[in-house]
Ligand binder design. Structure first.
Ligand code: GLP
Length: 263
């Protein structure tokens, strides 16, 4: 894993966006992006939008696949991930909405919706660069602790902690959905490269666990240690519990950030 420690969340966004822009340059206009929801990638989307607005990045032919979706929220609900992706990704990055996919959490046959999602990703040729945040319990996507490390897109039950973390977007805890559809850890590992972003002290335990802890279903993001091209971009606060922080800084200083090869 390449760990990049930044001064603040704004820099996190710029470093992550530079990595993603490099992949777009490498793969061409029909690049396939994996997009995440949550607060963490907001600075990345803002930095990507700056590149798009400046005419330095064209994503109009890109495809995108979201990581996950709540079960039971109508697509138009303001807190559905479908809405989030429209609002914070499709609009600002000028993506073609017809080329952007989100798991269908309202499908009458959820199991089939998961199979269809995997098939659509395969038909697109797989994800070139997957953007990730991390939950405070170490989940990625909505792969809660105990997730199979080779899981595929499926129905999951959200932990109380995740529902409490996400309660800030809903009027009450009861209003937070109890289930979701999420790409599996095996699905995420299939992406040609991944860029995980995290900022703030409340992410420090999760970041230390997934970067330096054992690979364990207890901390699902730790499975990224198996990925050949995983970049972890964190601010000082999120890096504060990394035992090898000085070493990561030394590596970053010794070589300017080498673009991730996706070939
Ligand atoms: C949700 C999403 C994850 C995200 C996590 C952290 O659980 N499914 O993809 O990484 O929240 O969110 P935040 O970045 O808001 O802390």
């Amino acid at each position: 894993m390449e760990v990049v420690i930044c001064d603040d969340d704004r820099e996190v966004g710029h470093v992550a966006a530079a990595q993603i822009a490099h992949v777009v340059e490498d793969r061409g206009p029909s690049v396939v992006l994996g997009v995440a929801t949550g607060s963490s990638p907001m600075s990345t989307y803002a930095a990507l939008a700056e590149l798009v607005d400046a005419g330095r990045l064209d994503l109009s032919h890109a495809q995108a696949f979201a990581l996950d979706e709540y079960v039971g929220l109508p697509k138009g609900h303001p807190q559905s991930y479908h809405s989030f992706i429209q609002r914070h990704v499709v609009g600002p990055l000028h993506l073609n909405p017809h080329r952007v996919h989100v798991p269908d959490g309202t499908a009458s046959d959820l199991e089939q919706a998961c199979i269809d999602y995997e098939l659509a990703m395969a038909a697109a040729g797989g994800v070139d660069v997957q953007i990730l945040g991390v939950g405070s319990n170490g989940h990625i996507g909505f792969n809660e602790p105990s997730s199979s490390l080779s899981s595929r897109t499926r129905l999951k039950t959200l932990t109380r902690r995740t529902r409490e973390d996400n309660q800030r977007f809903f009027p009450t805890l009861d209003a937070v959905p109890t289930h979701c559809l999420t790409q599996g850890l095996g699905t995420i590992l299939d992406a040609r490269s991944v860029v995980l972003v995290a900022s703030g002290e409340h992410k420090a335990d999760a970041v230390a666990a997934i970067v330096e802890g054992p690979v364990t279903a207890r901390r699902p993001g730790s499975v990224l240690q198996f990925h050949r091209f995983a970049t972890i971009v964190v601010d000082e606060a999120a890096a504060s519990k990394l035992e090898l922080a000085d070493y990561y800084r030394q590596v970053s200083e010794a070589k300017p950030l080498v673009p991730t090869s996706t070939s």
